[in-house]
Design a protein. Structure first.
Length: 360
């Protein structure tokens, strides 16, 4: 059986650190925690779980801090987590089984990162990360912000999920890191432009976000998946700005890179035509979204709502506007199966059952 070192970087995480460590402390063989300047009880809490607590001065570079944490690992493999991550009970069992059965020739194990969940436990955003890596390979983190672990060799994909349970959001922190990069004259890669665009969009700087996404798209190099979402996210920016012509163009532009439709694009196209009251076209795109299945081994972002309850709920509305209450009810029921306590969907159900004279 292989051994595992947990490596974490933390700062002012007193609200969530124990929650995280409680989900992995009985699985890993060593816990290494690097504090980057906490002023709360984070270090005190960390020392309740391990005597391997270290200090590293924050220099505005996540990759540097993560690489520092990896230096302290002594076991066969390194597992990294953020303080606001947890392993749900089912995933704890899967990780323990993996630990007991892992072929030591494997250099890295990827896991899902469920970066968001709704109040009903539905995953709202998911992607893969190289999460468990062989220590002796000395893999290195790169990137000041939205860093990535440069991994190569024998990589296997697992069905284990790490679940992100954020309590607070660091508004503007990542934007400041990118501004520092700009101020010192760093040359941005296609990846930098994509993630800088995301930070700008999330902070309401839509025009600048569009510029950054266009820079990403214009560079021939770079991950094709980033370019797909650069188009989709750019469309969102145009919608927020009320520029619906360019919203539509950007959505169709995404097909140049994805080659086949994504539910994330189809649902947005459905919403575009729904706003135009072209309900037949809207239904076409929403229905297509429900027929698509995100590949299990996909590494880029996936937003399961666009494949499941969201297009069904929107088709409920579209069919209602067309006077087809039976189909409206059918799609509302499908949406309800994913969100059983959603007040909007429950109210739809009550209304449609009256229209259809359905009694229980």
């Amino acid at each position: 059986m292989v051994t595992i070192s947990l490596c974490m970087i933390v700062k002012n995480e007193e609200e969530v650190l124990a929650r995280c460590l409680d989900t992995v402390k009985d699985i890993v063989d060593e816990i290494n925690i690097v504090d980057t300047g906490s002023t709360d009880r984070t270090v005190e809490i960390a020392k309740q779980y391990t005597d391997r607590v270290f200090y590293f001065e924050w220099i505005g570079n996540f990759a540097a801090a993560r690489n520092e944490s990896f230096k302290y690992a002594t076991k066969d493999y390194i597992l990294y987590l953020d303080a606001d991550d947890v392993l749900l009970e089912a995933d704890q069992k899967k990780l323990l089984e993996l630990k007991e059965t892992l072929d030591p020739s494997v250099d890295s194990v990827s896991m899902y990162y469920d970066a968001g969940t709704d109040e009903y436990g539905n995953v709202t955003i998911r992607y893969r990360r190289n999460r468990l890596v062989k220590r002796e390979k000395n893999f290195v983190w790169k990137g000041d912000c939205h860093q990535y672990l440069e991994v190569y060799g024998k990589i296997i994909n697992s069905d284990i999920s790490v679940t992100h349970k954020k309590i607070k959001h660091s508004v503007g922190r990542n934007l400041n890191i990118y501004q520092t990069k700009l101020d010192r004259g760093d040359v941005f890669s296609a990846r930098d432009y994509f993630y800088y665009g995301n930070e700008l969009r999330e902070n309401g700087h839509y025009e600048k976000a569009i510029e950054s996404y266009n820079e990403n798209i214009a560079i021939k190099e770079g991950w094709i998946e980033d370019k797909v979402y650069a188009c989709i996210n750019k469309a969102d920016c145009y919608r927020y700005l009320g520029d619906f012509e360019n919203e539509l163009k950007s959505l169709f532009q995404s097909f140049e890179f994805s080659k086949t439709p994504r539910a994330e694009t189809c649902s947005r196209l459905g919403y575009y035509f729904q706003r135009k009251q072209d309900f037949h076209s809207a239904i076409y795109w929403y229905n297509l979204a429900t027929e698509l299945i995100p590949p299990e081994d996909k590494w880029s972002f996936s937003y399961p709502a666009y494949y499941t309850w969201y297009p069904h709920l929107q088709m409920c509305v579209c069919y209602y506007r067309l006077g087809d209450f039976k189909k409206s009810y059918e799609h509302n029921e499908k949406a309800l199966s994913y969100r059983p306590k959603d007040e909007r969907i429950i109210q739809n159900k009550i209304l449609l059952e009256k229209k259809l004279n359905i009694t229980h």
